[in-house]
Design a protein around this ligand. Structure first.
Ligand SMILES: [Cu+2]
Length: 227
């Protein structure tokens, strides 16, 4: 057959072109994946499942914004950071998928500002202590002091502390170190309130006390050990 070798050559060339094209497309797709995950700030595995920080408590629940802003089509506008955010308890600050405690506007909270200021983590309204998730660090405070008076948390992790007034007095939980000045919880008699914040990245002991005059002096003091 004349033209046989010519056809064979043509097929080989075509085959090579196809192989090169497949390699180029595969390379482009990989690059695109890397770009999109870099832009999103979140990593995705090969199945496209967003990875979530292992520091987020397993018993956290989905965050439901208080005030939902709607766009012209009636769709909720949710800041990127708040998509898939969780809360440890209702009314506490949301925790993003990477484990950062943020404001309702989606910005990282600041632990060293005035308590209750816009960027400070907010304490919840009154909670039922028996309904608190296991992951919440629970402290009773009374004239007898804090119980427990010593707690341990992981450095940099989202931590939720709940304070219960266990007597007929109001109490105010507050840290001594200014790096945690924003973390404050005031509780009326026999009530419970919580606050969520990222623990300091620096390991060490962070002492706290009750800020009601006379209470620290009678023993309402304790410490948080950051490991
Ligand atoms: Cu007190």
């Amino acid at each position: 057959m004349s033209g046989g070798p010519k056809n064979k050559k043509l097929f080989i060339i075509l085959g090579l072109v196809v192989i090169v094209a497949i390699i180029v497309v595969a390379a482009l797709m990989t690059q695109k994946d890397e770009e999109s995950s870099a832009l999103g700030g979140e990593s995705s595995n090969s199945l496209g499942v967003k990875s979530v920080s292992e520091d987020i408590p397993a018993d956290a629940q989905a965050y439901v914004p208080d005030n939902v802003v709607l766009d012209e089509e009636g769709e909720a506008i949710i800041p990127e950071a708040l998509v898939d955010a969780m809360v440890a308890v209702v009314g506490a600050n949301p925790i993003t998928t990477d484990g950062t405690v943020v404001t309702p506007a989606g910005e990282a909270v600041q632990n060293d500002v005035m308590p209750m200021s816009p960027k400070a983590p907010k304490q919840t309204s009154s909670l039922a202590v028996e309904e608190l998730p296991v992951s919440v660090v629970k402290l009773d405070v009374s004239a007898a002091g804090f119980e427990p008076a010593e707690i341990s948390v992981k450095a940099g992790a989202p931590v939720t502390i709940a304070i219960t007034s266990a007597d007929d007095f109001a109490h105010v939980f507050i840290f001594d170190d200014s790096v945690l000045s924003a973390i404050a919880i005031g509780v009326p008699p026999h009530e419970t309130s919580a606050i969520t914040f990222n623990s300091p990245v620096e390991a060490g002991e962070y002492t706290f006390h009750c800020d009601v005059p006379g209470h620290a002096a009678r023993g309402e003091v304790g410490k948080m050990i950051v490991k």
